[in-house]
Write a protein that binds this ligand. Structure first.
Ligand SMILES: *[C@@H]1O[C@H](CO)[C@@H](O)[C@H](O)[C@H]1NC(C)=O
Ligand SMILES: *[C@@H]1O[C@H](CO)[C@@H](O)[C@H](O)[C@H]1NC(C)=O
Length: 335
């Protein structure tokens, strides 16, 4: 290296080389620092894939319904969907229609018997229902009440089960139907990721999604909501906690949704955070392990093979889950 630079830089008979070398050393150092900086910043933003797609209004292609490898594979699921009718309503808002809600519609939402998006404006593309409530966290309880009133008024005789989920919840609807197939929708029942505090029998996390039987919804609307001693009347409070109190006060039973191995089925976080124990020490995650109604296990024992829901799933991860759950198959292994 040195020899190469030395040859032609002897200006006016003076040996100018040392200065040039120092100059180039600085240039080189500057370049290395810049490149390092660029690498670090791209690594950090690339790591956070929640933000990567956040503003994107993108579409993802699916295999054709006639695709040989899938045709008629879902016979049992199709039959079940006739018998166990599930309405799913998604809590969303105008700024999330394109960013999040449309990806729910393109992925798991299509498997519900009825899919509704609850917003404050009527967007005919989605479509969404315009409830007359304000947007924002402080109105979530008001929105939940209005959404269930709308659903009760328009759909109570059309389906058996009513699920509320967020626009970043991912649901495996077939596994929801499998669990519900053991229950009677004429009984007052309520399913989800059960948390301990605030309500005697516990309450179901809002983000993991929760499910009411037809009778639970009837009691909520007819008996609990109109009574200020049973149900909070103003807009404030946490939507899921208030729901838990209202249902508890009209004897709707919070069901233990773990499977026969004691593994959970509804989850308030992404799979990664339930599977890998050390991630539960992340500050934003600790609440769940403190509040969970049932003791949870680490590793793959966390989660049922027939798991139903996960929360904080960004749109791009919804398509990845679609691929992993409905398409990717290990050849030679059947169940
Ligand atoms: C939304 O608006 C359209 C057109 O005005 C109307 O036909 C439709 O019923 C509305 N939908 C909802 C869910 O409010
Ligand atoms: C479902 O529950 C209702 C109300 O308790 C009861 O009348 C009905 O017989 C039950 N149906 C079945 C199939 O068990």
């Amino acid at each position: 290296m040195y020899g190469k630079w030395n040859i032609n830089h002897n200006i006016c008979g003076q040996r100018y080389i040392p200065k040039i070398t120092i100059f180039y050393k600085f240039v080189l150092l500057f370049c290395i620092i810049s490149i390092f900086g660029i690498l670090v910043s791209s690594f950090c933003s690339g790591n956070n894939y929640q933000e990567d797609f956040e503003d994107d209004d993108f579409t993802v292609g699916f295999h054709s319904d006639d695709d040989k490898s899938h045709k008629n594979n879902d016979k049992i699921a199709q039959e079940m969907s006739q018998d166990i009718r599930v309405l799913c309503w998604i809590m969303t808002g105008p700024t999330n229609h394109k960013k999040k809600a449309q990806h729910v519609k393109a992925t798991w939402g299509k498997r519900c018997n009825v899919l509704l998006f609850m917003s404050s404006i009527n967007d005919t593309n989605l479509p969404s229902v315009a409830l007359s409530v304000g947007e924002g966290r402080n109105n979530l309880w008001a929105k939940t009440k209005e959404a269930f009133k709308y659903v009760y008024k328009n759909y109570i005789n059309d389906v058996d089960w009513f699920m509320k989920a967020d626009d970043d919840t991912y649901v495996i609807v077939e596994n929801l139907r499998l669990m519900l197939s053991s229950y009677n929708s004429s009984e007052p029942l309520y399913f989800g990721s059960r948390l301990k505090p605030f309500v005697k029998q516990g309450y179901m996390s809002g983000g993991a999604g929760y499910v009411l039987s037809k009778e639970a919804l009837r009691r909520f609307i007819e008996d609990s909501l109109p009574d200020k001693d049973k149900c909070r009347q103003d807009n404030g409070g946490d939507e899921d906690v208030e729901m838990g109190k209202c249902l508890n006060n009209v004897e709707v039973k919070a069901v233990d949704t773990r499977d026969g191995y004691g593994r959970g089925r509804f989850f308030p976080m992404i799979p990664e955070h339930h599977i890998i124990p050390k991630l539960k020490k992340l500050e934003k995650n600790t609440w769940y392990w403190k509040m969970a109604y049932h003791e949870t296990k680490d590793g793959l024992d966390c989660c049922s093979d027939y798991a139903i829901s996960f929360h904080y799933v960004p749109p791009n991860m919804m398509y990845v889950l679609e691929y992993l759950i409905y398409h990717l198959r290990p050849y030679g292994i059947t169940n």
